[in-house]
Design a protein around this ligand. Structure first.
Ligand code: DMJ
Length: 483
């Protein structure tokens, strides 16, 4: 990596690519076959039943960045090792396995045409399917990935409550259902099996849609589009009165109202498009309510997403929201005065997310910021999360404003300066207010799946053009919309 201050704007994408290659090289050297890299101790740790979540999550980033040898090595390992690992008796989070493993496999299969990965996306999605077998259709939080029956005691303990984000997983399950249909057709099945209408009624897609519909059908009208943060898997209704939020536990459900529409809206099938329209309307209603009720402005004019309890707390996780608003405007989900409101609110929210990093000694944003009323870190650690980079990319696409690219470069430089490990990889930091920081010795799989991918997309117009017609999942996996 050349000195950061000598990198010309035209070379920024190459710098991101080389950082991603460093993150990957660290994983290969010290954690090969494990879930995630512990870069400082040059070892690894297991977070997902040893499924090898880092290579799975990284596959389509390696492909997009033009790292064919790295992609081939990862794809071969996944195709060879994952089937055996899936048969080990182990409990996984349905949400995490869907967004990282099913989404990662399906997107990599879409991009490369590697049928082995498509088959595995279907296999993993089918293994998650029993979780959706609840009275409401809202899935249980966890499932045994080996398909072992859930012990009764565990079933009772975990059956009661789901988080909102866990209930809305349509893009991943539709992507897996498409691969299932494609494999059927390839094996001599009727071509009509791959039509959008037929894909949506397969068990995989139908289960995810039933859960989303249960959430929307049961959301109290008095909440005017806001969704309950915890749900009963028996009824699909709010489990107890809890704050409304777009932060952790709820975030991707709001994001996926828009993205479920994006998956369905271009279909040649009028019924599929009509179904998608329900989710576009739900997204607009939700975003109107979020802007009315969950946004706060400090006396100094900083705008941030909080909760309806109005605590002066901003989570980095909620920094996906400006990008989601920009994406909706770009896609034409809203027009006229509403589009103008979404665009200006998104710019104000993103300005605060950028300031969360710009105002710390490391240049990294904290996990949680407080406004007292000045901006200061609440939880001061950083897990190198992607949400600000994601929103910067989507803001740049929507506006073409080079200031968003400059902010992205500052964020990239901060990671490079503060979080790079000399022996390979990057690490989260314990306190973003101290430079150089103490590292937490972990490289989350989303660094390669999302953070570097969004930075690369921000700086590389050709790469951005490649994903322009795809739907970027909540884990940044580019999924093909239904035909
Ligand atoms: C990722 O797994 C996804 O972006 C998810 O939607 C939220 N949490 C992490 C990154 O912060």
């Amino acid at each position: 990596m050349p000195p950061l201050d000598t990198v010309q704007p035209a070379d920024r994408a190459a710098a991101v690519r080389s950082a991603a290659a460093w993150a990957w090289a660290g994983y290969v050297a010290h954690a090969w076959g494990a879930d995630e890299l512990a870069p400082e101790s040059r070892s690894s740790y297991e977070t997902f039943c040893s499924l090898g979540v880092t290579p799975i999550d990284a596959l389509d980033t390696l492909w997009l960045m033009g790292l064919p040898n790295e992609f081939a090595r990862a794809a071969d390992w996944v195709a060879g090792a994952l089937p055996g690992r899936l048969d080990a008796n182990c409990t996984v989070s349905v949400f995490e396995a869907a967004i990282r493993v099913v989404g990662g496999l399906a997107a990599a299969a879409d991009a490369s045409g590697d049928v082995r990965l498509g088959r595995l996306a279907v296999d993993v999605a089918r293994r998650l399917l029993p979780a959706f077998d609840t009275p409401s259709g809202v899935p249980r939080a966890e499932v045994d990935i080996s398909r072992a029956p859930i012990p009764d005691v565990f079933r009772e303990a975990s059956a009661g409550t789901a988080l909102l984000a866990e209930a809305v997983l349509v893009p991943e399950f539709v992507a897996a259902a498409r691969w299932e249909a494609r494999l059927l057709v390839d094996a001599g099945g009727p071509p009509a099996a791959a039509s959008a209408a037929r894909v949506l009624v397969t068990p995989l897609a139908a289960a995810a849609l039933r859960s989303l519909d249960a959430v929307l059908d049961n959301a109290p009208d008095s909440d005017r589009g806001l969704l309950p943060t915890t749900l009963s898997v028996d009824t699909g209704a709010a489990e107890w009165r809890e704050r409304h939020t777009v932060g952790g536990r709820a975030d991707s459900a709001y994001e996926y109202l828009l993205k479920t529409w994006l998956m369905l809206r271009a279909s040649a099938d009028v019924g599929v498009r009509a179904r998608g329209e329900r989710y576009r309307r739900a997204w607009v209603r939700a975003m109107d309510a979020v802007l009315d009720r969950l946004i706060a402005t400090t006396p100094a004019g900083a705008v941030y997403a909080t909760s309806d309890l109005r605590e002066p707390v901003a989570e980095h996780l909620a920094c996906f929201l400006p990008g989601n608003l920009f994406a909706g405007v770009t896609a034409g989900a809203v027009r006229g005065a509403r589009a103008a409101r979404y665009r200006s609110s998104a710019a104000a929210l993103l300005t605060t997310c950028v300031a969360m990093g710009d105002t710390t000694a490391t240049g990294l944003p904290p996990e949680v910021a407080l406004f007292l009323p000045e901006l200061r870190p609440g939880h001061p650690f950083s897990l190198l999360r992607p949400e600000t980079a994601e929103s910067l990319f989507l803001a740049y696409v929507a506006t073409g404003d080079a200031a968003w690219r400059e902010a992205g470069w500052r964020l990239f430089s901060a990671i490079e300066r503060e979080a790079r490990v000399a022996t390979g990889g990057y690490s989260g930091v314990r306190d973003v207010t101290v430079s150089p920081p103490t590292l937490d010795d972990s490289q989350p799989s989303w660094l390669l799946a999302e953070t570097y991918k969004y930075m690369y997309l921000l700086f590389d117009d050709d790469a951005a053009a490649k994903v322009a017609d795809l739907v970027l999942s909540t884990e940044a996996h580019p999924l093909a919309p239904l035909p």
